[in-house]
Design a protein around this ligand. Structure first.
Ligand code: GTP
Ligand code: MG
Length: 439
């Protein structure tokens, strides 16, 4: 996600960083480019205007321009303000004081409500909380079946009634059942319409009045850009929302919806969907996304994913090694083999500081086939070589290449990439902070 913005921001700050001292003109020039990049990314023009104004005011303070690292200071300000427009602080669902907590998902047709209902239940399940899914989309039987199937796959109960039943009564029956099942969450999947119309709004509003759900979450397709923002504005005005879930984020190279929607509607983003699979779902953290957009990675999310995919013991080891910059090729191999479980490579790379930009700059199309090659190369090394790659000389390199069906250049390239990653990690471990890494 956000590849285009990340690349543009990267260019702007690289140029700014090469200047040393900054003048007011340098800052204005950089901000002009940032402004264009945001507009091209389809960010709402008012959000862009306010953002640029705030960054400009803070950047032109003497303590920034007179500092020894003005470009880093400006980057920090951009990061702060980006975080602010994405929504200050994490905004999670609060459990009701008297369970079950009722969560109603609403949205336009095809935005991802049914898929998201299942993802949300799985997300809660992974932290040991029970949910009851409710099929309240009675426009067509297939909608109910879709939820039932997902529930079966994930081993999460689904409440359903005949399509002739009224959604409101289905929901109130479901709440009774949730209490019997001791489920702490009731997640209601409602029907969507192609367009926002009065009838749909009234139907949703009626269910809301009757059930008084604790959360009314609008599911919007991030790839629809400003249309998503408009839908959110209308839903919020007519129904009243407590939060947003942005789906299909992995396909949104521009990021206009995500960057506009909170500021325009005032409704916080609570979760994001990043793929079709049930585990492609994350709680939303504005600060983490901001640093991902700025190409500064998101180790926290990476570590959380690792914790889910790898067993706890291994995750702790990995976290410690990342923090102490003590990763060797042995770990690299371990991770390669575990990585498939953690999600598509392109997403993981975004989370590693600096790697997303390196990967793009060398235009290294890192696909699964390439991964297999890397794996083969590391497998051809002795344990000693994996732990101390520096001992790999010309003859060892040739042997490794032969053993893995690759060339000595391939081996070299892998070693170089590994060193680069190690260097980045060392800089972070030394607490140099992310800002300095762009120098
Ligand atoms: N790539 C991707 N696809 C998604 C995501 N979320 C949902 N989808 C896909 O979007 C399509 C529509 O999802 P549904 O969950 O059926 O959408 P809905 O809002 O329930 O649709 P209606 O019930 O017809 O209104 C499906 O093919 C999903 O697999 C996501 O985060 N990423
Ligand atoms: Mg549906």
């Amino acid at each position: 996600m956000f590849e285009i913005l990340t690349e543009k921001f990267g260019d702007v700050f690289k140029r700014l960083g090469s200047k040393g001292r900054l003048s007011e003109r340098d800052v204005d020039e950089a901000l002009r480019e940032v402004r264009l990049a945001l507009l091209e990314a389809d960010v709402h023009f008012k959000v862009v205007k306010d953002f640029i104004e705030r960054v400009r005011q803070r950047s032109l303070g003497s303590e920034v321009l007179d500092s020894l690292t003005p470009a880093q200071q400006v980057l920090k300000i951009v990061n702060d303000e980006l975080t602010a427009i994405l929504g200050a602080g994490p905004s999670h669902m609060a459990p009701a004081s008297h369970p079950p907590t009722i969560v109603m998902l609403v949205g336009l047709q095809g935005s991802g409500k049914t898929t998201t209902a299942a993802k949300l239940a799985l997300h809660l399940k992974s932290s040991g909380q029970r949910s009851l899914l409710v099929a309240a989309d009675h426009r067509r039987p297939a909608a109910i079946e879709q939820l039932i199937t997902l529930g079966q796959q994930l081993d999460i109960p689904v409440y359903r009634e005949n399509t002739s039943a009224k959604p409101i009564s289905v929901c109130s029956h479901a709440i009774k059942q949730a209490k019997e099942l001791a489920a702490s969450w009731v997640i209601i999947d409602t029907g969507g319409r192609l367009h926002i119309d009065e009838a749909m709004m009234e139907e949703v509003a009626a269910i809301k009045r009757e059930l008084k759900p604790h959360e009314v979450l609008l599911v919007v397709d991030a790839m629809t850009g400003q249309d998503a923002v408009r839908a959110a504005t209308e839903f919020h005005a007519k129904v009243g929302l407590t939060g947003l879930i942005l789906t299909k984020m992995e396909g949104d190279a521009r990021g206009g919806a995500a960057l506009s929607i909170k500021s325009v509607t005032g409704v916080p983003i609570k979760f994001i969907g990043t793929g079709e699979k049930a585990d492609a779902f994350e709680a939303f953290y504005p600060d983490r996304l901001a640093s991902r957009i700025l190409g500064m990675g998101d180790l926290v999310t990476l570590i959380e994913r690792a914790e889910k995919a790898i067993d706890e013991e291994q995750a702790k080891k990995l976290e410690k090694k990342v923090r102490h910059a003590a990763l060797d090729l042995e770990d690299f191999l371990d991770q390669l083999q575990q990585m498939q479980k953690m999600g598509p490579l392109s997403q993981l790379i975004e989370m590693i500081p600096g790697l997303s930009t390196i990967a793009r700059r060398t235009s290294a199309e890192i696909d699964e086939k390439r991964l297999k090659k890397v794996e083969a190369i590391i497998l051809s090394m002795t344990p000693d070589e994996r732990r101390h790659p520096d001992i790999i000389d010309g003859s060892r390199r040739r042997r490794i290449a032969r053993g893995s069906g690759s060339t000595p250049q391939d081996v070299n390239q892998l070693l170089n990439q590994f060193r680069q990653t190690q260097r980045l990690m060392k800089q972070m471990a030394r607490g140099k902070g992310l800002w300095q890494m762009l120098r």
